[in-house]
Ligand binder design. Structure first.
Ligand SMILES: OC[C@H]1O[C@H](O[C@H]2O[C@H](CO)[C@@H](O)[C@H](O)[C@H]2O)[C@H](O)[C@@H](O)[C@@H]1O
Length: 597
């Protein structure tokens, strides 16, 4: 029986991440990168698929847990009849190898603690060979080697294909476990000093969080979201994963299960916008450079997503041996949406390059030439149907949001040329394209009878993505067509709490998938933005606060929310949702460093 998705907390080292449950069990960890095979995959199956639990003997869920303020260091505590014990989980900034550190500390009384480590390489399918070496446990299978050491030594034994340890801790006593991965053909990396690593992790995160200029209400939630976005950034390249998990379902027991451990241009450009809004220019710069490397080449070959290093092949397969989260199958590895045609991506890429320039980042000459090449390509293809930002697996359509984002690409190109006359390019040419797209969207994407923009040309279906129309500047927020769209989307796709689905799955086949899904959290933040922009700030704030209440006990959000069962759904934690939280908080309450001073 799986734990609710919101039971998990995230720890990570800027190259991969682990999910820790309220039971003290780490049920998800891919090593050495976010997109590597998992060595703990109980999240998508049973304990037998790999996990590592440390908790007081006989205890279940913890009594309380929290991140140390402004860090990604997690403290989980249990009160037991014999006393109180704390487990501190973190992954130090990586030097040569990934380390997972778990410090068990007696807080009060004397408590017996159990550790059960079940390593299963290749997503729960490979049981490694365990041996002892120099007082440590070593697990090897094929390319992977993992070392487990304990300071001080504790009694441990192997049983039922797991490594168990049992010991007692009194107040002030500590037992530290370190799990280190390395390629099995290489020697074991040097041991880390765990006390120092803990101090440095806390200091580094706090120094990073202190740079956030936000001083409005709900600061903790904003900083937690920024820390989460930073934790989803792959430090060696600057690429940002959409989420660290695969196949957490959008419908419990359903097929809407996808692998998010890749860098979507859409999700990443929105993340870049949020980081810039919050003043994190270094991260935004690293991502801008990742982007320019990833999209380099023929504009016709632009993909909607890439691997962490810019890899292009992400073939989708099914991990048939994994039973899935709460029986939600298939578990997918890789993502077939990589081959889709999604026109909005051009708008997002050009918009993020524009935002980077606006924030004072130097224009890379090859970056501008690449933008012009992308624009030439977009000019040829913008009238084509596509799979849109929701990556539908049904037939291609003339999605309104895709066309609006094509307009954004033309608009930002025009504005750049107006502001920077020294740059090469014919502003009139892009002005003409901008006007042509605008006219077509207003003529074919707007239903005058209902007073709303629609999902695709001529359709009666609605789509929450068109809530972005005022935010991207396609129409002013007080335009009657925008006001009508806000009301129609709320009416058609909203719940009584005011959250919205991205589109309807009731008896329609637009996404080509069976079943339904929850409310889409990013879209619900977009609704709050649209309400605020159109002057309905009180309603926007109330909605924002209801959305904040959906965060789990440590401030994390999945992609979706089941408003009936009141539980989170989909991959977790999801960058899209946290981007929404940060962007809306800044627009409602915060300073915007791009315009300040
Ligand atoms: O709904 C079907 C599609 O769902 C996934 O895409 C969603 O996640 C992406 C990453 O966050 C996001 O960019 C996109 O807008 C979302 O619709 C999945 O990755 C697709 O393969 C799937 O077709």
């Amino acid at each position: 029986m799986q734990r609710p998705i919101e039971d998990y907390a995230l720890i990570g080292d800027h190259q991969t991440a682990a999910l820790v449950a309220r039971t003290g069990s780490i049920d998800w960890l891919c090593l050495p990168r976010f997109d590597s095979a998992a060595c703990f995959a109980a999240l998508l199956g049973e304990d037998e698929h790999g996990h590592w639990r440390i908790a007081p003997k006989g205890a279940d869920t913890c009594s309380r847990r929290a991140y140390r303020p402004d860090t990604l260091v997690l403290d989980t505590e249990w009160d037991t009849p014999d006393g109180t014990v704390r487990v501190t989980d973190f992954m130090p900034q990586r030097d040569r190898a990934p380390d997972l550190v778990r410090v068990v500390e007696g807080v009060e009384g004397e408590v017996t603690v159990r550790s059960t480590l079940r390593l299963r390489f290749d997503y729960g399918s490979v049981v490694p060979w365990m041996r002892r070496s120099h007082g440590h446990r070593v697990a090897v299978a094929g390319p992977d080697a993992v070392w487990l050491r304990t300071e001080p030594d504790v009694r441990d034994w192997g049983h039922a294909r797991a490594t168990h340890a049992e010991f007692t801790v009194r107040a002030g006593e500590r037992v530290t476990f370190v799990l280190t991965w390395h390629p099995s053909h290489e020697p074991r990396p040097p041991l880390i000093d765990t006390e120092r690593a803990l101090r440095e992790s806390v200091d580094d995160w706090r120094a990073w969080a202190a740079r956030c200029p936000y001083e409005g209400p709900h600061r903790d939630a904003v900083v937690r979201s920024l820390i989460t976005l930073k934790a989803l950034t792959y430090a060696p390249t600057g690429g940002i994963v959409a989420a660290p998990t695969t196949s957490l379902p959008e419908e419990i027991g359903g097929v809407r299960n996808w692998d998010y451990r890749f860098c979507w241009l859409r999700d990443s450009t929105l993340t870049l916008g949020a980081l810039l809004t919050a003043g994190y220019r270094e991260e935004a710069g690293a991502w801008r450079d990742w982007l320019l490397r990833a999209v380099a080449g023929d504009p016709a070959d632009l993909q909607v997503m890439y691997g962490l290093g810019g890899e292009r092949r992400l073939p989708e397969s099914e991990a048939g041996w994994l039973p899935g989260y709460a029986d939600s199958v298939p578990v997918r590895l890789g993502n077939a949406a990589v081959c889709q045609h999604q026109l909005d991506v051009y708008g997002e890429v050009v918009d993020s390059l524009w935002l980077a320039r606006q924030s004072g980042m130097a224009t890379r000459p090859h970056g501008w030439r690449m933008q012009l090449a992308l624009m030439e390509f977009l000019r040829k293809v913008w009238r084509e149907p596509d799979e849109g930002l929701w990556e539908v697996r049904g037939p291609r359509r003339q999605f309104v949001h895709s066309k609006v984002m094509a307009w954004v690409a033309a608009d930002r190109t025009v504005r750049t040329l107006e502001e920077r006359p020294e740059l090469e390019g014919d502003a009139d040419r892009w002005r003409r394209l901008r006007d042509e797209i605008h006219d077509e969207v207003c003529a074919r994407g707007y239903d005058a009878d209902r007073g709303t923009f629609t999902q695709s040309y001529g359709s009666t279906e609605l789509d929450a993505a068109v809530l972005l129309i005022p935010r991207v500047g396609f129409l002013p927020p007080d335009d009657p067509r925008v006001l009508g769209t806000i009301d129609a989307v709320r009416e058609d796709l909203g719940t009584h709490e005011g959250f919205v689905r991205r589109y309807s799955t009731d008896g329609c086949t637009v996404d080509g998938l069976p079943g339904h899904e929850g409310v889409f959290l990013a879209c619900s933040f977009w609704l709050a933005d649209a309400l605020h922009l159109s002057g309905r700030t009180k309603e926007a704030r109330a909605l924002f606060e209801r959305l904040l209440a959906l965060c789990n006990d440590v401030g994390l959000l999945a992609e979706e929310y089941d408003a009936v069962e009141r539980r989170q759904l989909g991959n977790f934690p999801q960058a899209f949702s946290h981007v929404g939280l940060v962007t809306t908080a800044f627009s409602l309450f915060g300073p915007d460093p791009r315009t300040a001073g």
